[in-house]
Design a binder for this molecule. Structure first.
Ligand SMILES: [Zn+2]
Length: 275
């Protein structure tokens, strides 16, 4: 499932290709995503100029003209790829191309989503912060609002595992299973530790390594496990150090990495390097 670095990489790869272009036509082949596309969706988007691309948590934001923002969430398996006129991508299955945006230079953006857990909707810019998907999100993990004092306050008295706290979108936005495992490995903290019992120094390490891990992933175009690709159809090149590597040697001490289920999700850690 795409997390913050994948959506940021999607944004970075799409921006130079589509910014300033006008969407001339929208073809919806399958409106039944996680929620059904609004009946007027195509009309809301067609004729609008893509002014700027942004991101909040795992949502890609496309500023359309002055009075609309197109919010896109990739769900489990979604992709939004730009195709030049005549482009054919052999690895894509066109049966799952659900929405096509034709741009004024003849190129297209194609939304493909085999499992259809994605989401697409247009909101007014002034209502963006209070729209249902965004209004309860915690701070961005690469912003100054996500600091040791903040995380300590959120962790205080919590019996939940620290990994679950990092994946709680109301605590901090955009982190999922892959990066929560990576951050905790770098910080030397076991994913199962009770959040409320962490020491100050451990909280500080988690807060310090969070942006470091995310920036490193963004620099590598994110992580591809199943089907993530960026706006040019490229896979992510980030290689997790612990995620999905049970039994393989810890990159720091070479002991075999272990797997544990935390909050119904697989977590990966080193029993020697993480306490
Ligand atoms: Zn180790």
């Amino acid at each position: 499932m795409p997390e913050l670095p994948e959506v940021e990489s999607l944004k970075n790869s799409l921006a130079p290709l589509v910014m300033g272009r006008t969407i001339v036509r929208v073809k919806v082949t399958e409106p039944r995503l996680r929620r059904r596309l609004a009946p007027g969706f195509a009309a809301q988007v067609a004729g609008r100029r893509i002014e700027r691309l942004g991101r909040r948590a795992k949502y890609l934001l496309m500023m359309l003209g002055a009075d609309g923002v197109l919010m896109i969430h990739l769900g489990m398996s979604g992709s939004l790829t730009h195709r030049e006129n005549g482009f054919i991508h052999e690895s894509l299955n066109p049966a799952h191309d659900h929405v096509e945006f034709e741009l004024d230079d003849g190129s297209r953006m194609i939304y493909n989503d085999p499992r259809r857990f994605g989401l697409m909707k247009v909101v007014e810019p002034r209502l963006l912060a209070v729209t249902i998907e965004l209004k309860r999100l915690g701070p961005e993990p690469m912003s100054e609002d996500f600091n040791a004092d903040y995380l300590r306050r959120k962790a205080r008295g919590r019996k939940a595992a620290i990994k679950n706290l990092l994946m709680d979108q109301q605590v901090v936005a955009g982190i999922g299973n892959i990066y929560a495992s990576e951050i905790l490995f770098r910080a030397g903290v076991r994913p199962t530790r009770r959040a409320g019992l962490l020491r100050r120094a451990e909280i500080e390490k988690i807060v310090q390594f969070t942006p470091a891990v995310l920036r490193e992933a963004i620099g590598n175009g994110g992580t591809t496990f199943n089907d993530y690709m960026d706006g040019r159809g490229r896979q992510g090149a980030f290689r997790p150090q612990v995620y999905d590597r049970e039994g393989q040697p810890c990159p720091r001490c070479t002991r075999p990495l272990r797997q544990v289920i935390v909050g119904q999700r697989s977590s990966f850690f080193c029993s020697a390097c993480q306490r």
